[in-house]
Design a protein around this ligand. Structure first.
Ligand SMILES: Cc1ncc(C[n+]2csc(CCOP(=O)(O)OP(=O)(O)O)c2C)c(N)n1
Ligand SMILES: [Mg+2]
Length: 306
């Protein structure tokens, strides 16, 4: 993509729009407003990194932005000044195409400078199109081929259980992704091994690459399927920060069972022309669209129910 777009994005990224947290160790005790502002910054970063690259996946990144903002600030134990801290919790982006979200979260919690987001998808950038731990050490597991991340999470959670560690494993997956058979093998084995330190964040936005999930290959009823596998199921609005906080806290009370947040979300959330549009699954905004998106993100009260 043209250097012009990258330079423009870099300039915009260098300006701080929302207060940053001068800390490197998480979680802390953020207010709801802290998380809402953080999620807005994350949405700005998603727009600017995909604009810079001229490609990437904004729709599913915006969809999971509130869920993962809560996770990174309020739930997960991690240290950006020590990415390999032995007692950290793990996050696996099983839907690896939403790398713009992962990179934005890492950068806004201090793993690397925000300006690096302007190199997204550049040939030599550590911010590859799909997350690779060969290129960036703070990526726990390389993903992009859908369906595999949850299995890795099961293995990790099993190892932690055997060590009697209290560390937790979080996995983010998509509803389209759950058409992969491997997901359900992992769901079955997580229940078998009673992996209560495993939490799956199931982004139920009803859309995938080719259109509506129920048209391509139906996944409903999701809650009942997980319950049938003996998981602890928590349904939540995936865009209400207080509801998400409550859902994570309920999930941690599960004993001897893995838990899943079945989160109702809107693909493209926060940018009117991207919302509920399969077309914005894997497409970058042009300059006018980028500017409109940033304006909408800044002015919208995103903390309403979906
Ligand atoms: C094994 C595999 N098959 C196909 C793809 C191509 N692909 C990338 S994203 C996607 C749709 C994913 O939909 P969903 O899981 O619902 O993600 P979201 O809506 O959150 O973006 C597909 C089919 C892939 N990455 N991996
Ligand atoms: Mg989806």
């Amino acid at each position: 993509m043209s250097n012009e777009r990258r330079e423009e994005a870099k300039t915009l990224l260098s300006r701080t729009s929302y207060p940053l947290f001068p800390i490197k160790q998480f979680p802390f005790s953020p207010s709801n407003e802290d998380i809402i502002n953080f999620a807005k910054q994350i949405r700005r970063d998603i727009i600017l990194s995909t604009y810079a690259a001229g490609s990437g996946h904004p729709g599913g990144s915006l969809s999971s932005a509130d869920l993962l903002s809560v996770l990174f600030l309020d739930v997960m134990r991690h240290r950006s000044n020590d990415p390999k801290w032995v007692d950290r919790d793990y996050i696996i982006f099983s839907k690896g195409h939403v790398s713009p979200l992962l990179y934005s979260l890492l950068s806004e919690t201090g793993y690397f400078p925000r300006e690096l987001l302007a190199t997204f998808r550049d040939f030599a950038s550590p911010l590859q199109g799909h997350p690779s731990n060969l290129w960036l050490e703070s990526v726990e597991v390389s993903t992009g081929s859908l369906g595999q991340g949850l299995s890795v999470g099961v293995g990790l959670a099993l190892a932690l259980k055997k060590k009697q560690s209290d560390q937790r494993v979080y996995v983010l997956c998509g509803d389209g992704e759950s058409q992969e058979g491997q997901i359900w093998e992992a769901v079955m084995s997580a229940a078998h091994y009673r992996l209560n330190h495993l939490t799956l964040i199931y982004d139920y936005n009803n859309l995938e690459i080719d259109g509506w999930v129920e048209d391509v290959m139906g996944v409903a009823p999701v809650k009942e399927k997980f319950e049938a596998f003996n998981w602890h199921v928590i349904e939540t609005d995936g865009h209400s920060i207080p509801a998400i906080r409550e859902a994570f806290s309920t999930s941690q009370r599960a004993t001897e069972r893995p838990s899943v947040l079945v989160a109702r979300t809107i693909k493209g959330k926060g940018v009117s022309f991207m919302e509920n549009q399969a077309d914005w699954h894997g497409k970058a905004p042009n300059k006018e669209q980028m500017q409109q998106a940033l304006e909408e993100i800044d002015k919208e009260d995103l903390n309403h129910k979906c």
